[in-house]
Ligand binder design. Sequence first.
Ligand SMILES: [Fe+2]
Ligand SMILES: [Fe+2]
Length: 170
Amino acid sequence: MLSDTVLKALNHQVNEEMYSWYAYTAMANHFDHVALKGFAAWMRTQAQEELGHANRLMDYIRDRGCAIDLQAIKAPPSAWDSPLAAIEAAYKHECHISKCINDLANLASKEGDQTTHTFLHWFINEQIEEEALVDDVVQQLRYVQDSPSGLFMMDRDIAASRPAGGETAA
Ligand SMILES: [Fe+2]
Ligand SMILES: [Fe+2]
C-alpha cells in the first residue's frame, strides 16, 4: 500500500505525463500542418514515450494495491511561432517534469517510502536522456536560424534519428 500523500502525488504525475503526451501530440500536429513531416514524426515518437511513462506509473500504483485517479488533462497550445519556439517549449517542459520527478522522489523519502523512491530512479535517469535529446534539437535549430535549406535538411534527418514505433511501453 501507498500512503495517501504518496498516492496523490503519483496520481498527479500520471496527469503530468498525460499532459506531456497531449502537448507533444499538439506539436506533432502543428509540424504536420506546416509541412515539417520529419519534426512531426520525431514529436509523435516523443509523445508515445510519454504515454509509456504514464502507463509505467499506473502499473506501479496498481501493483501497490491502490486506485488510479485520472484527472482532466489541460489543453496544450495548438501553434507555435517557429520550430525553435516549439522545441524550446518542449525543453522547458522536460525541465519542469524533471523537477516534478525530483520533488516526488524527495516526498517518497520524506514519507519513509523507499519502495517508491527506488521505483522513481528509472524516471530520474530517463529525464537525463529526455532533457539531453530535446536540448540537442534546440541547439541544432539555433545553428540553422532562418535558413530554409538548413531547416529542410534537419527535417529530413530528424525523422531518421528516432524511428517511429520505437519505445512505447517504457
Ligand atoms: Fe515523461
Ligand atoms: Fe519526456
